[in-house]
Design a protein around this ligand. Sequence first.
Ligand SMILES: C[S@@+](CC[C@H](N)C(=O)[O-])C[C@H]1O[C@@H](n2cnc3c(N)ncnc32)[C@H](O)[C@@H]1O
Length: 339
Amino acid sequence: MTRLAAQADLEYFPTQERIRPIIRSYLSFPESGTTAFDPCCGPGDALQEICPDQYLFGMELHTGRALEAKSKTFVKVLAGPFENCTVSNRAFGFIHLNPPYDWVAGGGERYEEQFLYRATNYLAPRGVLEFLVPTTLFEYQGEPVLKFLLENYRDIKIFKYPEPEFQQFQQVVVFGVKKPQERVTASPKWFAEQIARITMGDIPELELQNEPLYQVPAINPGLVKVFRVNHYDKELAESESQTLSILQTQSKPVLKDNLTAPYLLDKALLALLAVGGYVDGIMPKHYLLGKYENHEETTHEIDVDSGEEVTITRKKSTTVFYALTPQPGPDGSRIAVIR
Ligand SMILES: C[S@@+](CC[C@H](N)C(=O)[O-])C[C@H]1O[C@@H](n2cnc3c(N)ncnc32)[C@H](O)[C@@H]1O
């Protein structure tokens, strides 16, 4: 495929169907499940197949593919550029990273590098990274990429695709376990030798494992506190929004045709509406109910002067919202309770 054709399809080079179960065989997942993330998930099938029965999170720039992924068993899929996301650090036990293969506009850095550096923030300590890239990445940016991997990961192994795929696609799979960052220094000669081994294909081949090599840790199953992207996708919003027609009936005639479809609201947006006082039925399908709950909390503390135990009773108020969510939560309910 020419570079222009690849760019037109946003660098969509899906993880090949024959390769997915081989990658899967290198991994063992905890019984309680873990959070798994694909920052550019395409239609979602690669992550789903590599991590069956895990809590899947995805991001994808191409609207059609994002919508397809949303129809799969993901906890959440965001449509938008990975570069514009806000995600809790150290939130995932596993990351499958098969990024766009191209230079970032203006040159200087590759998307593969940018995605690797950013994704590493979102991987938990001892979390497992699987990074799938073409050998050309190492030709262009071998030293900074290898150095970053060595500084942030232990138990790094790099495998070339089996044949005939290696001949055809020239891709390699890097596995690593996230460690606390440390400085790594090596001579340019040492880096050049390692890079040459990768680009010449002088490395072990990816092959089906009888016993997994990497134990993925259980991380906050199902729970990622912040998972947002700062990007408005008109097509996606129109397909998801259930409030555009309501807004149109309530708006002034002159605005009617210029309204944009709002997304289904997430917790942060709900909180903003609540602060603005728009609670209870103003936005059907979003809000069910908001109320205050008052209760008393009793604690026993030691008075530092007298050494005597004192009982302190404090009044506490909590604002509680019950909201309808687009997808059922872990308990199967579509009513989210937000305190
Ligand atoms: C190499 S494909 C990998 C697809 C999938 N992860 C897999 O392994 O089969 C790269 C994907 O990244 C998407 N993409 C390109 N630029 C992106 C960006 N800035 N943010 C998020 N996704 C992006 C493309 O639309 C494409 O689906």
